[in-house]
Write a protein that binds this ligand. Structure first.
Ligand SMILES: [Zn+2]
Length: 134
């Protein structure tokens, strides 16, 4: 019996395509991320937290970022950036700002949009070239 294609298959294929799209392509689901010199493992899990329903969570003590695996690639990337912003602010010792979810989300969205706007537009994930722009 043939195995049904899963979301993971799609994401892996998309990720492989982006990796081959050049140095500015990004992986849909990177497996690790460097936050100011600290190497964080990124895990895509069914349950991020048993205490509350979350899409993402950073754990500095075990240097792990957990992201809900059911998110589409673009959302998954934005959640990863959100957790990275938490990590950067914590690493800078800005604990009050690191706990400010509105600030963290604003920075994550701003960085995400800026990143996409300067990225290689050849992949579906990063194709954000405004219409009418040559
Ligand atoms: Zn947060």
């Amino acid at each position: 019996m043939a195995r049904r294609a899963t979301v993971d298959d799609f994401v892996d294929a998309l990720s492989a395509r982006m990796k081959s799209s050049g140095p500015t392509g990004i992986a849909a689901r990177p497996r690790w991320v460097n936050i100011l010199g600290i190497h964080y493992k990124v895990e895509y899990v069914e349950t991020v937290s048993r205490e509350e329903p979350l899409d993402g969570l950073i754990s500095p003590s075990d240097r792990t970022i957990r992201i809900y695996r059911g998110l589409p690639p673009e959302e998954s990337f934005e959640v990863l950036l959100h957790e990275v912003v938490h990590g950067v602010l914590m690493r800078l010792g800005r604990m009050e700002e690191a706990d400010d979810e509105t600030l963290v989300q604003g920075l994550a969205i701003g960085l995400s949009q800026a990143f996409y706007s300067i990225s290689n537009a050849s992949s579906p994930l990063v194709d954000r070239t405004p219409k009418g722009v040559a």
